[in-house]
Design a protein around this ligand. Structure first.
Ligand code: LFR
Length: 456
């Protein structure tokens, strides 16, 4: 994506799009990191002259470099099952409170810390750990660093001090020497290697550290006008929460599995991961990728509140036969399984809206941060049925858009670092169309459905 900064708005253009296709080899699910890097080089070549570059991506995954700076093995996908059972073992040994009061991180089986505990062999040979955007930055620039928003998803970052959690690393036998110095969004991250400059036709372009966790970039670009908002960063995952000035590290917050991830400018992204549109994407894949718009129209006409699932059930995490797993879930919970794609889609969307309602209720209760509006950003902002259901299920107005929030947050942090922009959210508000959804429909029916789901 390129962004052009005008006096009163930002204009985003898609320059190049490439597939991100994970590869299963010898039983392990990997990211095809070289093909992603090639896609980036192709994109830079097509982009033409630019003032700066910034990289964001998903979180938790990493590459390890050996002492000569070479990548040890291909980064493994967080949906691979290598860390299955590891979280339980580590938590039993170290204690959930001892971990949470340092990192403030939700307990997800794929957090970097558990992946590392399952990856001891590579760890022995590793000199440096780089999170995905930091690895790509290193390949572009030869410069090594750890951007803080992504570092905060490792489980090895101390939210109280804003530094690596070295005592926790030593307790776990993870060498603290592999973690590079931290970088804050907006700080310089190097300039292109001569070879990269030649290959892309870009000379002396600075790479700037942005909020390199995609969710942090997306939250930075939420077009909120005041502080009393909640957000749903809606894509493969739905990240549901509020922005706070400081972390919440209470026992209640830990048991509700809320996370305190680092946001732009020292803010806390206080949120929970809801399984998100992944469930729908995997259903579509199982059905041979039919047109989504037709399916959504059929789902809108389908009977409301048939079967309901808890989207956060661990059986929905790995790739595979999602319609089959939904049916199995319904059987286990004594419900008639949805029959046919329209009913399945209705079930998934209503269940997501109910999971949003639960997460938002928890976020407000646990943080004491009252909200008046929900901003939905990311690809899910295009899904009008889900946006309306979210307003209905929560009883709150929804403002949907922008779709490309992560790209906007990324670009505007770079622009701000160069003095071109002062208020990122204001510029997004002025530049991007927003669709409003008011709560309508039957509030008691949504409450009854929420009650049904909590009985599962
Ligand atoms: C969203 C996201 C989430 C993170 C998950 C795995 O793309 O970055 O915030 O929990 O992917 O990294």
């Amino acid at each position: 994506m390129t962004a052009r900064i005008h006096a009163d708005r930002v204009e985003l253009s898609e320059v190049h799009r490439f597939a991100n296709r994970p590869v299963r080899a010898a039983g392990t699910l990997h990211w095809d990191i070289l093909s992603l890097y090639q896609g980036i080089l192709d994109g830079l070549r097509k982009a033409g002259p630019v003032g700066s570059i910034g990289i964001d991506s998903w979180a938790v995954d990493y590459g390890l470099l050996d002492s000569s700076g070479r990548l040890i093995g291909n980064p493994v996908h967080y949906r691979d099952d290598r860390s299955s059972g590891v979280m339980e073992r580590v938590v039993a040994e170290v204690g959930a409170s001892a971990m949470y009061e340092v990192s403030g991180l939700q307990f997800l089986p794929f957090n970097t810390v558990y992946q590392l505990m399952a990856d001891r062999g590579s760890l022995e040979r590793a000199e440096t750990l780089l999170m995905i955007p930091d690895l790509l930055t290193y390949w572009l620039t030869a410069s090594i660093g750890a951007e803080v928003t992504n570092a905060s998803t490792t489980g090895l970052y101390d939210v109280r001090t804003g530094d690596w959690a070295r005592p926790l690393m030593s307790r776990l036998g993870i060498p603290d020497t592999i973690f590079p110095p931290l970088r804050r969004p907006g700080s310089p991250a190097g300039t292109l290697r001569p070879g990269v400059a030649t290959e892309t036709g870009l000379t002396s372009v600075p790479v700037i550290a942005v909020a390199s966790h995609d969710t942090a970039s997306a939250v930075a670009a939420v077009p909120a006008a005041g502080p009393r908002f909640a957000y749903i960063s809606s894509g493969t995952w739905s990240l549901v929460g509020v922005e706070l000035p400081a972390p919440v590290l209470t026992d209640e917050s830990r048991t509700a599995n809320f996370t305190n991830e680092a946001g732009l400018d020292g803010t806390t992204r206080y949120l929970r991961n809801v399984m998100g549109l992944w469930i729908l994407q995997e259903c579509l894949r199982a059905w041979g990728d039919p047109e989504l718009s037709g399916l959504l129209a059929a789902a809108e006409r389908a009977r409301p509140f048939g079967a309901l699932i808890d989207p956060d059930h661990p059986s929905f995490l790995p790739p595979g036969d999602m319609p089959g797993r939904i049916a199995a879930y319904c059987e286990r919970t004594g419900q008639r399984a949805p029959s046919g794609p329209a009913e399945v889609v209705r079930c998934v969307l209503e269940s997501l809206a109910l999971a949003y309602r639960r997460a938002l209720g928890d976020a407000v209760r646990l943080s004491g941060h009252d909200v008046k509006v929900i901003h939905i950003v990311g690809g899910g902002a295009r899904n009008a049925l889900l946006c309306q259901m979210t307003a209905d299920a929560t009883g709150l107005p929804v403002q949907a858009g922008p779709v490309e929030a992560a790209a906007l947050g990324n670009a505007l942090v770079q622009a701000r670092a160069q003095g071109l922009v002062s208020d990122i959210r204001e510029l997004v508000r002025r530049s991007e169309p927003i669709t409003a959804y008011e709560p309508s429909g039957d509030q008691t029916a949504w409450s009854a459905a929420a009650g049904r789901l909590s009985g599962h």
